[in-house]
Ligand binder design. Structure first.
Ligand code: SAM
Length: 247
């Protein structure tokens, strides 16, 4: 019975994915139209699709009294990936997202309202009241049309030397920098088209821009299984950098 319920929930999410994201309306409205019908089942489905989030968060070396920001935080699923030791170090957490249906879920999850502040705002512009020690994007950059502005804004809200992290889908450049993975022409063609229907844009331009803006960084390139498509593996990366002291 539980399996049947899970399949029904997946079917609802798959239907939203098949319908895709509406066009010709402002970005915030598109997000709401896309996510509202699937918000209740978002986490269970994305659990299998959005790989590397737990590893990224486990790798965040937070200072004491840390101020942390997630831009494009969705339902707040990532709050659960921080360990008790990391939470001991966090004094303030801002979760920022533009979609009311997902923000509502995040608010229900973020019971510790003294520390966790859930904000409905645009990641390309929002700034915290005080500079942050850590900012990250988890599968959000690929959904933000002006992703360069989002990266610039995230760097601007950090203290010098602060942590900047991203986990997301991508495709490689045709000729990537030395030491980086090169995806096949088919993969570079297929993934942007497959995800583009749902407003997700795996790009070859994100990593070079991140590497240029944050020269001090570590990068892990990987690939993950896709629910219901057993033969396919989608490329994703984990990037953790430090804001230059003089930016
Ligand atoms: C694939 S979801 C990822 C959610 C969450 N980070 C996670 O890992 O489960 C992408 C999120 O980015 C948000 N988003 C897209 N554009 C945004 C923007 N300009 N400002 C803030 N959030 C945005 C969406 O509403 C959505 O919640």
């Amino acid at each position: 019975m539980r399996r049947l319920d899970a399949l029904r929930a997946d079917a609802g999410v798959l239907l939203s994915l098949l319908r895709g994201m509406p066009r010709d309306v402002p970005h915030a409205q598109r997000l709401q139209a896309f996510y509202a019908p699937q918000a209740a089942h978002y986490d269970a489905f994305r659990e299998r699709l959005l790989q590397g989030r737990q590893e990224l968060i486990a790798s965040l070396d937070l200072p004491a009294q840390a101020r942390v920001v997630e831009l494009g935080g969705g339902t707040g699923r990532n709050l659960d990936f921080f360990s008790p030791e990391q939470w001991q170090r966090i004094t303030q957490f801002h979760l920022v997202d533009l979609c009311p249906a997902l923000i509502e879920r995040a608010q229900a999850r973020a019971v510790d309202t003294t520390r966790i502040d859930v904000v409905q705002a645009d990641a390309t512009r929002w700034q915290p009241p005080r500079p942050a020690d850590c900012v990250y994007f988890s599968y959000a950059l690929t959904m933000i049309p002006d992703w360069r502005a989002a990266i610039d804004n995230a760097i601007a809200l950090l203290k010098p030397g602060g942590l900047f992290a991203v986990v997301d889908f991508y495709v490689s450049e045709t000729t990537p920098a030395a030491g980086l993975r090169r995806h096949s022409a088919l993969a570079r063609w297929f993934w942007p088209r497959w995800f583009g229907h749902d407003g997700v844009h795996p790009s070859a331009a994100h990593l070079p821009y991140l590497r240029e803006r944050l020269p001090r960084h570590t990068l892990v390139e990987a690939d993950a299984a896709v629910p219901y498509l057993p033969k396919l593996r989608v490329p994703y990366y984990r990037f953790v950098g430090r804001k230059p002291i003089t930016d």
